[in-house]
Design a protein around this ligand. Structure first.
Ligand code: FES
Length: 177
């Protein structure tokens, strides 16, 4: 497909240029579809329908093939993610220690369901299986940091810490401008 037709897709130009440059640098483009999708997710933050269609046209392969790969691998996300990802463990050890109530507290505090992103764009929460820290049950990870022995109170404190940190960053960037 010609570049001029691809240009109709409404995606940020500088990001498309970056993705194009990456695709152009590959010899076996179709065989490296997963590789390209990883790169696209890194560039755009998530794989929207537009991004998936763009890749299918750019590689000249059926859109269904791209959709199939994206939905097969849980690593890929089709929705925008929050700045921080909360992974609440619902494995057996955590479950018997009350992870259900902890997940509910996170969700209530953020006003979302598991799998969703808070309105302020700060957190995405999801439930996951054992993350290998059963001795600290109930456990959650926020990005790559582990929080153990969680209680309803500590969930609120942890979220407040992140919110304060965000406020400080915003104030700092305003004062720099
Ligand atoms: S069951 Fe939660 S860390 Fe293992």
């Amino acid at each position: 497909m010609e570049r001029s037709k691809l240009a109709k897709v409404k995606l940020p130009k500088e990001k498309l240029v970056e993705l194009d440059a990456f695709i152009d640098s590959l010899e076996d483009k179709e065989g490296l579809l997963i590789h390209i999708l990883h790169k696209a997710q890194e560039i755009f933050g998530y794989l929207s329908l537009e991004v998936q269609l763009y890749i299918s046209k750019r590689l000249d392969i059926p859109a269904a093939k791209v959709f199939g790969v994206v939905s097969f691998y849980s690593y890929f996300t089709q929705e925008p993610r929050g700045k921080h990802t909360i992974s609440m463990c619902m494995g057996t050890a955590c479950f018997v220690k009350g992870s259900e109530q902890i997940l509910e507290t996170f969700c209530n505090e953020l006003g979302v369901k598991s799998g969703e992103t808070s309105k302020d764009g700060l957190f995405t929460i999801k439930d996951v299986r054992c993350i290998g820290a059963c001795g600290l049950a109930p456990v959650a990870m926020i990005d790559d940091k582990v929080y153990g022995h969680l209680t309803v109170e500590s969930v609120k404190e942890i979220l407040d810490e992140y919110r304060k940190e965000e406020q400080n960053e915003n104030q700092h960037s305003e004062s720099v401008i």
